[in-house]
Design a protein around this ligand. Structure first.
Ligand code: HAM
Length: 418
């Protein structure tokens, strides 16, 4: 039997109500903050992500699903949305219609990572990108919005971590300071970190290896070497979060795995999901638009992993979905009435009612069992002597009250069920 590919997963009908609940909450909050939805293709030219996310990142280096199509063009299934959104922003000159463009998305993403609880190869993100302002108040909006969404799902066990990576110049200066500090300790670093020492030294902060972490803990912090502008923006952000009543901690090691960040980076972690604690991550990326061929335009954004969030919700039992139901189940008492029942169901469905009935020639008892399983609001019994007298019997399943309705009073039947 062919099975779903490793790291991918079916979202079954029984899972869908939880997904819908999350999506509806998310969309409502995005709209409260005046973000408009954007949908981009599932695949893009590989160079978009290579240039946008950075050649040295794990995503581009080892996780992308890249393939050549029949005309030999290298394409990649999108591993994240920020680069794709910026590509669309530039291609359609969205910035010329509005100086600040606020966009949100909900979409599948693809990364060939080692699958484990909360980590998949096809996963889903919702996220937002605001392109056109360098205001730290917009960064505060981003954090508030993502936090509000997680809270709207009833999540409690959340930690917000923030950091500033400063401007590129600050970072270059700091990289020298870090290099000086680590040079005589290089032998003690893990192999991965030794490689990063030469390619992208800041990413050493991402290392989960204990010996690396020990060294990093003692290292000089970028946050203590910020330029004036980054320092001021960080202060404004912190004050604003405090005014919003949002708790946060400063995590100087939060460099994140994508190269486009400048100034703010942030993550929201959950203590309810095991090893993969990051529900959401983001930050400012003031240079990405230029990198991808536009004029310099400041921007900020975040993305959140839906599977991980739903896992946290499940573990915290943070929300419950009302049981699914239908309006009416038609029960055919006489076998020969199946044509009539099908016709009546068709007419009721045209009235925008949710209706079902038996196609399997089952007994009245079995039909009743099915009706109960479907949690139907009404059952309509059709057949027997009543039918011969031109009547059907409508039973309200919550009160058990039954009512006979003349077959020629279709409007009355509809009103009773509605
Ligand atoms: P990211 O940190 O790579 O950021 O991903 C954001 C979130 O997506 C993570 O916190 C996690 O919840 C989820 N996620 C990532 N990889 C997986 C996976 N393999 N399986 C399940 N969930 C996963 C970005 O993608 C940036 N584009 C965020 C951003 C937007 N920055 C600025 N604007």
């Amino acid at each position: 039997m062919i099975k779903a590919v490793t790291g991918t997963k079916d979202i079954l009908p029984s899972d869908i109500p939880r997904w819908k609940y999350l999506e509806q909450n998310t969309e409502k909050i995005f709209s409260n903050f005046n973000y408009k939805e954007i949908r981009t293709p599932i695949f893009e030219e590989t160079s978009l992500f290579a240039r946008g996310i950075g050649e040295e990142t794990d995503i581009v280096g080892k996780e992308m699903y890249t393939f050549k199509d029949r005309s030999d063009t290298s394409l990649t299934l999108k591993p994240e949305m920020t680069a794709a959104v910026v590509r669309a922003y530039l291609e359609h000159s969205l910035g010329s219609q509005q100086p600040l463009v606020k966009l949100f998305y909900i979409s599948p993403m693809f990364r060939q990572e080692r699958p484990q609880a909360g980590r998949f190869r096809q996963f889903h993100q919702f996220g937002a990108e605001a392109i056109g302002s360098s205001s730290p108040l917009l960064d505060a909006e981003m954090i508030q919005m993502s936090y509000e969404i997680l809270k709207s799902l009833g999540l409690k066990n959340l930690t917000i971590k923030i950091n500033s990576l400063g401007t590129p110049e600050t970072r270059e200066n700091y990289k020298k300071i870090l290099k000086d500090y680590l040079t005589d300790k290089k032998d003690k670093l893990s192999e991965d970190s030794r490689r990063r020492f030469d390619t992208n030294i800041l990413r050493i902060f991402d290392s989960k290896i204990e010996s690396d972490q020990k060294l990093i803990k003692e290292a000089p912090k970028l946050i203590d070497h910020l330029d004036e502008e980054s320092k001021n923006d960080f202060e404004v952000l912190k004050n604003q979060l405090t005014k919003f009543g949002i708790p946060f901690t400063i995590d100087p090691s939060l460099v994140r795995g994508l190269d486009y960040y400048t100034k703010l980076t942030f993550e929201i972690d959950s203590g309810s999901v095991g090893a993969q604690t990051a529900l959401c991550g983001g930050g400012r990326y003031d240079l990405l638009i230029e990198t991808l061929g536009g004029k310099q335009t400041p921007a900020t954004g975040f993305a959140a992993g839906i599977e991980r969030i739903l896992l946290a919700c499940e573990n915290e039992k943070s929300f419950t979905i009302p049981e699914q139901s239908i309006d009416v189940y038609l029960i055919r008492i006489d076998k020969e009435l199946e044509f009539f029942v099908s016709e009546l169901a068709g007419k009721l469905r045209k009235e925008n009612l949710s209706v079902d009935f038996d196609y399997l020639q089952r007994s009245v008892k079995a039909q009743m069992r099915e009706a109960n399983k479907l949690n139907t609001k009404y059952v309509l019994f059709i057949g027997g002597d009543e039918y011969k007298e031109g009547l059907v019997n409508l039973k309200n399943m919550s009160t058990s009250v039954e009512e006979k309705i003349p077959l020629n009073k279709f409007e009355l039947l509809v009103t009773k069920i509605k």
